[in-house]
Write a protein that binds this ligand. Structure first.
Ligand code: XLS
Ligand code: NI
Ligand code: NI
Length: 436
């Protein structure tokens, strides 16, 4: 039986770029083929539970602004929330969802009760997923909201918190496994510090490495085939977060020998907070073989905190989608809309409109990147720019047996005299814009 939450809103359809209907897709056509795969297969879009169904619209200065009939701490509320969530997935025609344990059920009075609640909603989800065909992109555990985690989870000075976090993650992986989740995410919400004055940074990083190893061992033990994803973020809520950015996490994974076991979930807004562009983080992950999945959103460039807004600029996303296509695509990852409507956007349809716009600009960026690659002149530019490296003498510099002295002597012998060449940035910027 329908909950009625979305009133008489009909399923969102593709109407084309000319459409002025705010509840229609203008670019996202799930079945449209791009490079032999459908848009839905390329993007694998997901709706997240937390921003849409758990966050009440409160902020640091203000009370909740959203009135939702499922706000409450009972399992009845949890089931109503799930009913509405699956109605929203169907209205949007989105094939995946994501959740934290804490988003979907009340924690109750004990870990045991939390575990029972989670197992119960997992069964409820299972039936709904079967009926609707919606799949789980990833599950995760909320190891940052409860006061017990105020000094971190795996990185807490108190070993009991480490143990509690391990128990919570075990339950969350079990639920994700049972639901056939394609991935499992670890975002280190409070795995960092407020001040070094009270922090043993060395110890905390070792604890974090150990925790991640335990998670991976468990994954193999239960036969979970999904990918373990770490989500980098430089700060917020802590002043300094250990999983700062892609490059930092790579170093961390290498240190603990986990770089073959883990991939990364890259969030647009986190890249911005780390002082990078999104395409930088994606390109870095691709180059290291670590691209896992994406948290699609955008960040305000002035605020300095994680604003989790819906993406709304295809031109800005194009370079990232170029990297994604060149890097072999997202699957088994996807595009999770880790984005929320503003707290003044209190109507049910605002939730839909946010996703419609976000998905549309991602579809636009995907199509533009595909056309850019197809047309070929951009790729040719890059090939040409590095073509000097095809010469035997150049190749020899990169491979043995050449030495620094030998290279040095070649400069005089062959009269090596480099001539500056234009980097043509403006030409390239204009070229890319032709495809949006
Ligand atoms: C917070 C993170 C979080 C993760 C999931 O900034 O983006 O939402 O994606 O724990
Ligand atoms: Ni995220
Ligand atoms: Ni975030």
């Amino acid at each position: 039986m329908a909950t009625g939450f979305f009133g008489d809103i009909a399923p969102i359809r593709f109407e084309g770029a000319q459409s002025a209907n705010p509840l229609a897709y203008r670019h996202y056509q799930a079945e449209k083929k791009v490079f032999g795969k459908t848009m839905a297969e390329h993007l694998r879009p997901a709706v997240c539970y937390w921003h849409n169904f758990a966050w009440p619209g409160s902020d640091m200065f203000g009370a909740p602004t959203f009135e939702r009939p499922w706000f409450g701490e009972t399992m009845k509320d949890a089931r109503l929330k799930a009913d509405v969530a699956f109605e929203m997935f169907a209205l949007l025609g989105v094939p995946f969802f994501t959740f934290h344990d804490r988003d979907v059920v009340p924690e109750g009075a004990s870990l045991a009760e939390f575990g029972r609640n989670l197992a119960e909603i997992t069964e409820y989800f299972e039936a709904k997923m079967k009926a609707s065909g919606v799949k789980l992109l990833w599950g995760t555990a909320n190891l940052f909201s409860h006061p017990r985690y105020m000094a971190g989870a795996a990185t807490n000075p108190d070993p009991d918190v480490f143990a509690y976090a391990a128990a919570q993650v075990k339950n969350a992986i079990d639920a994700t496994h049972r639901l056939g989740g394609a991935n499992y995410v670890l975002w280190g919400g409070r795995e960092g510090y407020e001040t070094l004055l009270n922090t043993d940074l060395k110890r905390e990083q070792e604890q974090l490495g150990r925790f991640l190893s335990l998670v991976i061992d468990y994954k193999h033990k239960i036969g979970f085939k999904g990918v373990i994803l770490v989500e980098p973020k430089p700060q917020e809520p802590t002043k300094h977060q250990y999983d700062y950015d892609v490059a930092t996490v790579y170093g961390f994974l290498k240190r603990f020998g986990l770089e073959k076991e883990v991939k990364l979930n890259i969030e647009v807004g986190h890249a911005v907070l780390a002082g990078h562009s999104f395409e930088h983080e994606v390109a870095m992950a691709v180059s290291l073989g670590l691209l896992g999945s994406l948290d699609a959103n955008r960040n305000d460039y002035q605020s300095g905190w994680d604003t989790d807004q819906f993406p709304n600029n295809a031109a800005e996303l194009l370079p990232a989608f170029y990297q994604i296509l060149k890097g072999g695509g997202l699957a088994p990852g996807g595009l999770n809309f880790d984005a929320k409507v503003r707290r003044q956007s209190i109507d049910p349809q605002d939730l839909l409109i946010g996703h419609v716009g976000g998905l549309d600009v991602c579809a636009q960026a995907l199509s533009a990147a595909a056309k850019l690659i197809e047309e070929g002149s951009y790729d040719r530019f890059l090939v040409e720019r590095y073509s000097g490296w095809d010469a035997p003498a150049a190749k020899a510099m990169l491979a043995g047996p050449s030495s620094l002295e030998e290279i040095a002597s070649r400069v005089a012998r062959d009269g090596v005299d480099p001539k500056p060449k234009s980097g043509r940035q403006e030409f390239l910027e204009n070229l890319l814009n032709r495809f949006v």
